[in-house]
Design a protein around this ligand. Structure first.
Ligand code: IMP
Ligand code: MG
Length: 179
């Protein structure tokens, strides 16, 4: 398979949008302390950039969730691969996600986190493939709405590759080597 990358969102555009999101979140959470919960591994870069721009008190934690097994199609199977380190009871939780596709992963995560009785839960996602949504998920902060193509970069992977790209690219796979 030949893999071709086509830039979709530049590093500069990501930085500008992350800045805007951070300002919005800081204003909404003024006077409150927030725990940002990053979804591993995809949200790692996004969360690192986002929290550095927040002006409110922040605590950071991560949760590992697996829904794709080295494929570009969702398996529908969701499992927690690494749990939160912190107790979120009575805390304001901001879930930080790389991308929402069908919504299955996020819905599962939301239900799971709610059982731990946080004071509030909001979701901040960098990329929203809104056309692909299968289950409803309430999104509070959205970086970019993108078409339903497979994307990599800025934390997002294809078979664990391309997470380190500073931009978001569409990944095109083709059989032919000449393409
Ligand atoms: P969902 O459960 O279908 O919403 O899928 C969400 C998860 O699938 C994300 O957290 C990603 O890990 C992965 N995913 C969905 N679309 C893409 C993509 O275009 N590129 C890379 N990973 C993706
Ligand atoms: Mg992934």
């Amino acid at each position: 398979m030949k893999e071709r990358l086509i830039e979709l969102i530049s590093a500069a555009d990501i930085a500008k949008r992350v800045d805007e999101l951070a300002r919005e979140i800081s204003a909404d959470y003024a006077g409150r302390e927030v725990i940002t919960v990053g979804i591993l591994k995809g949200a790692w870069l996004f969360m690192a950039d986002l929290v550095r721009r927040l002006t409110i008190p922040v605590m950071c934690d991560f949760i590992g969730i697996s829904s794709y097994a080295d494929q570009t199609e969702s398996s529908g199977v969701v499992r927690i691969t690494s749990d939160l380190g912190m107790n979120i009871k009575n805390k304001h939780v901001l879930v930080v996600e790389d991308i929402i596709d069908t919504g299955v992963t996020t819905r599962y995560l939301l239900e799971n986190l709610k059982t731990r009785l946080p004071a509030s839960i909001s979701i901040c996602v960098l990329l929203d493939k809104v056309e692909r949504r299968v289950v409803k998920v309430p999104l509070d902060y959205i970086g970019f709405v993108i078409p339903s193509c497979f994307v990599v970069g800025y934390g997002l992977d294809y078979a664990q590759k391309y997470r380190n790209l500073p931009y978001v690219a569409e990944l095109q796979l083709s059989e032919s080597e000449e393409d």
